[in-house]
Ligand binder design. Structure first.
Ligand code: ATP
Ligand code: ZN
Length: 299
């Protein structure tokens, strides 16, 4: 890494991210967004034909996320939407009674903050016809929230995730993932980003979670593309390549047209992390970035 974009949380360059509202919740500048727009267009240019595009809001159904197993695996990361419920007099009453402690009057709503872009997709596709023999491809994106325990410059609470998702047979899902790993490496190469692919696990909760993480690595269910952002020794996961086997297929009764349970895979691009990786590698002045990166991003 040639350039320091940060020296700890407080001192990240205001040219990229303005003083934060709170740890891990950043205000993006025009310079930062120019690169995010370039990345989004570049990822779009690599999209497979016949891919359906869906853009999700940053909130999703609480019931659906729980049914997906999220509460079991990652309760520590979940953010829920709560509100002061009732008619005008009830809301006013709970504000007045609260004596300033209005938070005590909050109740959970049916919504949670989406922790990954692909969770709302599977129940949506399950309401449609069975998955055709050729499988289905999706391009999804949303702002995501995770209540992260630490706040390094590249570990945000609110961040943008773009994903390509395959729903089909296990062979189709594995082929899809295998195709995307070299495509992602080529993307990083065009951007002049040093990277490596490594087996990985999700940040599962608790002691049982550590076992789940070991199994995930053993069964090669997740790989990450790592790029140095805040540290050379501990490079940052900027993309992930996930095979869910029949987890979502079974949960949502997603079937192929031969009546088998569908398998799924997703490739996730952490847009904010990729932008930070570019600034960390090439510096704050776009004019001096390598020509291949500037061309690829149209900046
Ligand atoms: P990590 O191991 O860093 O916690 P993860 O394995 O939980 O990441 P995924 O669930 O695979 O990450 O999320 C897909 C992508 O979203 C990641 O590869 C990363 O680029 C991005 N991402 C995940 N968590 C964050 C975060 N807290 N801040 C910024 N980007 C993130
Ligand atoms: Zn996903």
């Amino acid at each position: 890494m040639n350039h320091s974009i940060n020296d700890g949380f407080e001192s990240i360059s205001p040219a990229l991210l303005q003083p934060s509202i709170c740890a891990g919740v950043q205000v993006r500048t025009a310079l930062f967004e120019q690169v995010i727009d370039g990345l989004s267009a570049l990822i779009t240019s690599l999209r497979d034909p016949e891919t359906e595009i869906l853009r999700f809001p940053p909130v999703m159904s609480r019931d659906q996320l729980v049914k997906s197993g999220y509460l079991h695996s990652f309760p520590h990361l979940l953010g829920c939407v709560s509100s002061l419920q009732g008619d005008e007099s009830q809301v006013r009453g709970s504000l007045e009674r609260s004596n300033g402690d209005w938070i005590a009057g909050l109740s959970a709503t049916e919504l949670v903050l989406s922790p990954a872009a692909c969770y709302p997709l599977y129940p949506l596709v399950a309401t449609r016809k069975p998955v055709p023999g050729s499988g289905l491809l999706f391009d999804v994106a949303s702002y995501c929230f995770r209540r992260e325990a630490t706040h390094e410059v590249d570990r945000l609470q609110a961040f943008r995730m773009r994903e390509y998702v395959c729903i089909g047979t296990s062979e189709q899902s594995l082929d899809f993932r295998a195709r995307w790993i070299p495509k992602a490496e080529e993307l990083a190469r065009r951007l002049g980003l040093p990277c490596r692919i490594a087996p990985a696990s999700d940040p599962f909760f608790g002691r049982a979670g550590r076992l789940a993480a070991m199994i995930q690595v053993e069964q090669a269910l997740k790989f990450e593309l790592l790029i140095p952002v805040h540290s050379q020794d501990q490079p940052t996961a900027c993309m992930s390549f996930n095979y869910h086997r029949d987890h979502f297929g079974t949960t949502w009764d997603l079937q192929t047209d031969t009546g088998e349970t569908a398998h799924t895979a997703c490739v996730a691009f952490g847009l904010d992390r990729l932008a930070l990786a570019l600034f960390a590698t090439h510096g704050l002045d776009l004019q001096v970035w390598p020509a291949t990166a500037r061309n690829a991003l149209s900046v």
